[in-house]
Each structure stands twice: as C-alpha cells, then as structure tokens.
Design a protein around this ligand. Structure first.
Ligand code: UDP
Ligand code: MG
Length: 337
C-alpha cells in the first residue's frame, strides 16, 4: 500500500448516483475538482439513473468539457443501489469513493477518507453524526432498524452508516464479483470483514431538488437489507405456530371444562371467530415473508442484470482530447470493460 503511494499517484474515482439532480451535478463536479485538484490523479463518475430532468444533458456537457468527468446512463430507473454497483464497475481507480450527489455527503470529507486509506484502511466509512438537521423520525427508525438487523442478521451496521464510503481496489474487485440482484451495499461491505475505519461527518443539506427516497422505497430497502443478511424471519412461522398451539391448548381445556362441568357449549362464536382471525392473519404474515424470499430466489435464478447501460462518456466526443491526462489515457485502455 505505502509503496504504491511512493512510486505513483493512485487514481481516485468518485462515484455519484444521480436521479433528477440536474441542479446538483454541475456544482458537485466543480466542488470535487477543487477538492481533488491537489491529488491530481482522479476521475468523477456520475451514474444517471434515467433521470427525467436535464441531468443526462448536463453530464454530457461536463464530460465533454472535462476529461476527469465520466458517466454511465441507465436505460430506465434501476434505483440507487444498482446505480452504486454500476459506478463501481465503471470506476477505474485504485480507490473508489461512493457518495450522494445532493451535498448531503460533504465532499470535504474525502481528504480525511483518503488519509485513512493511506494509513492502510481498505474501507473508510462516513459515519453520520446525529444532528438536529435529521428528523427525529428518521433517526429513530434508522436506529431501530440497525438494531433489529444486528440482532437477527449476519452483519453489524452502526446507526448513522450511509453509502458514503471509500473502498480500496481490492474491495471493489471483490464487490464487482458479486452478481446478486438485491444487494444492500452498506451491509455487504461490512460483511466482507475487512477492517473498517469510521470517518465522522455532519450531514449537509440537500442543495437542489428533493429526496427520491419515498417511504415505500425506504421500506423496500429495509426489507432487502434484512432478507440479504438474515433468514431468521422465516423462523417466525415456528414461533407463531408455538404461540397458536399454546392458545389452542388453552381453548381446548376451556371447551372440555365447559362441556363437562359448566354445560353451556353452544356459546363460543366469539372465541371461534377470534381464533380464525388470528390464525388467518398469522398465516398471511408467514406466507408474505416466505413470498419475499421465494421472489428473490426467482430473481437470482433468472440472472437478469441489475441494470442496463444506455450510454457512457465514451459516446460523447471530448471537446479537448489533448487535455486528457496521460495517466488517465493509459488507464482508459487498460481497464475498459
Ligand atoms: N438516486 C438514484 N436513483 C434513485 C433515487 C436516488 O440514483 O432512484 C440517487 C440520488 O440522486 C442521490 C442518492 O441516490 O444522489 C440518494 O438519494 P436521495 O437524496 O433521493 O435519498 P436520501 O438522501 O433522501 O436518502
Ligand atoms: Mg439525499
């Protein structure tokens, strides 16, 4: 690791998924250029998740003007996690930073992440400090979620973790080898087991546009995270079965006692109805959970790609090809997919 820093300047890639971020990609590219200029050897890789606004047009322009800027653009909206994976595949750096492009992940943190990387860390993870900017609901649900995942899953994710990471090339290559459909990146990265250095940051404020993570998408991601890292929910069927067997036993005792000693056996409509309702709900719940897993098994066996690329910066002629830094020009061929 240290040798590499002494003999050559490693290339750093910064990967930014962008969905309807026309107002953000330009200022973000500019800010990153300022921060990364001292490093010299860097590339900025935007992943346009089939935005409905002028994001792609802006990226084409940025890439034509600045050889450091590259992009991939999806055929349709495949979601944030898929965009991150496409970025990881497209990035050529010896280290790859993953971050949002709405300024919520402050680009100013990158030098600190690089310092951790230089110190030997294979993974430097941005750790969001709690701040009044983040709503109580978001903090509460995210803490609760990570606690549940910790209890039942095979990874431990600290509250405040985000997809704001610097990954060494070794980690990137391993991640690129995974071809699962439903990846929960911040879980997978921790599951790999490489030592991880936390770099605390205060979440910035989204500068343009609005969050595309609706409640439904958040729930989808939360379910993906649990299912990717735990099969324990399937066991809920056994727990429910035990609980219902116990209730059933009590009802049986009650019926026998009523029949033999109390003598009113006709009444019982209420208890029958409650038993049906409870059992019905329990069965639907279990079926739903099994369905989630079965659906994913189907998706994995079909081996459909997680994303499809419509266009990359290679389709955009560079405005000034002669300005391409030589280190980048060499890598352009060495690492092209
Ligand atoms: N994003 C994406 N595809 C989507 C939704 C979001 O690539 O379908 C990007 C978005 O442009 C941003 C990042 O993922 O860079 C995080 O999204 P957002 O800010 O909407 O989520 P939040 O920060 O509210 O969790
Ligand atoms: Mg955001």
């Amino acid at each position: 690791m240290s040798d590499r820093w002494e003999t050559e300047r490693p290339l750093l890639s910064v990967v930014l998924p962008a969905y309807n971020e026309a107002g953000n990609v330009g200022p973000m590219a500019e800010r990153l250029a300022e921060i990364l200029a001292p490093i010299g050897s860097y590339e900025i890789v935007f992943v346009d998740d089939c935005s409905k606004d002028a994001t792609l047009a802006t990226l084409r322009r940025l890439a034509a003007d600045d050889p450091h800027v590259r992009y991939v653009s999806f055929t349709r909206n495949f979601g944030h996690q898929s965009a991150l994976r496409a970025g990881l595949r497209h990035a050529r750096g010896d280290g790859v930073v993953l971050m949002d492009c709405d300024f919520e992940h402050p680009p100013e943190l990158i030098p600190e992440m690089i310092a951790a990387w230089r110190g030997g860390a294979k993974i430097a993870a941005g750790q969001r400090e709690s701040s009044p900017e983040i709503s109580f609901r978001k903090r509460f649900t995210s803490n609760l979620y990570y606690r549940v995942l910790d209890a039942i899953g095979d990874v431990r994710i600290e509250p405040g973790s985000a997809d704001f990471l610097l990954l060494d090339r070794q980690v990137v290559d391993i991640l690129n080898g995974f071809d699962d459909h439903d990846v929960f990146l911040r879980g997978l990265v921790r599951w790999l087991g490489f030592p991880l250095v936390k770099v605390p940051y205060h979440q910035g404020v989204r500068s343009e546009g609005q969050s595309s993570y609706t409640l439904r998408r958040m729930i989808d991601l939360a379910i993906s995270g649990i299912i990717a890292h735990s099969v324990r929910p399937l066991r809920i069927a056994i727990h429910l079965a035990l609980i219902f067997a116990f209730i059933g036993l009590l009802l049986l005792v009650y019926s026998v006692v009523s029949f033999l000693w109390i003598g009113h056996t006709v009444a019982g409509w209420t208890s029958t109805m409650s038993a049906i309702a409870i059992l019905g709900a329990g069965q639907f719940l279990v079926l739903g959970i099994i369905g989630e897993y079965v659906g994913r098994v189907l998706r994995e066996t079909r081996k459909w790609p997680s994303f499809l690329i419509a266009e990359t910066e290679a389709d955009t002629p560079a405005a000034h090809p002669e300005t391409l830094p030589s280190s980048l020009a060499a890598r352009r061929h060495a690492n092209e997919p």
